[in-house]
Design a protein. Sequence first.
Length: 309
Amino acid sequence: MKNKNGKTNYVLPSILVVLVIGLLGIGYMSMSQTQIGGGDLDIDVNPETGADLPGEGCNVNPTITTSGSNSLEPGTAVTLTDVFRINGAYSTSSTGIRKGDKVVILSSNTTSYIAAIQPEIDVLCGANPVAIKLTAVATSPTVVIKNDAGLAQLTDDAAGGTTDESAFAAGGSKNFQIDITGVDKQTTGARVVVFEFSSDANISSMTLTDANTGLAMNKLTSVPAGLTVSGTNNYRVAFDMPAIEGAVKKSYNLNVQAATGNIPVGAFYSTFYIAQAFVDADGTFKVGVVNSQAATKYFGTYDYDFLVA
């Protein structure tokens, strides 16, 4: 551009170039704040109300979606009911979660599957899909208890039947073999088994071991409060028993030691309680058969009873 003296003036074009660059920079910064298509934002409050946004720091609010399947039968969809612990607080909904929240999900299907607790997740912006695998439960696996000789199956009837166990010798002991066979594509679930027989005065001890490994099953310090009492004045003891997955047979040895000089007789009760995850009275997630208030939370039960006479 020339001035009136015919000389070229470079000042004005330079100013225009600077202005254009400045405008382009402002536009770029504005676009980086909106990030169309998902991503992090620096804005974390509603500009009109000043309230925190549910998805603070996100262009797309966080959501959790779950999908269920059978862990032992891939491709089989499972309908889920989910509850949550969000940053340690119990909730029946994940609505309003924020980026960075720590969420634990308890998933259940009360019809056919054992409820389970999922690993903790860190919430991200946008969709947070969670694939959940539950296992179909075998509520009636095949249970056989054999007599002390290990040859004959005892009649499953506390009142007695074709084959009963003979009386103990005074102060003697007996070993009963317990065979449990699972169901294909199902699990027995981890269980608590409760044995009830005779009385505290007549029984010195009971122990339960894996027949293959010889490992002792964990004996609970007491029978969980809230479980059914099958007899009166019975010696009662409870053991943890691991899950059996698929149509697998597991055998256990139950040793019963009579108290010195005593001959225990009568009905012998064996009740298996299927443990599962549940929401405790204080909103925490637990796994077991009863909650902290002695309310029953097991999935189901089955039993095998016989007579010692």
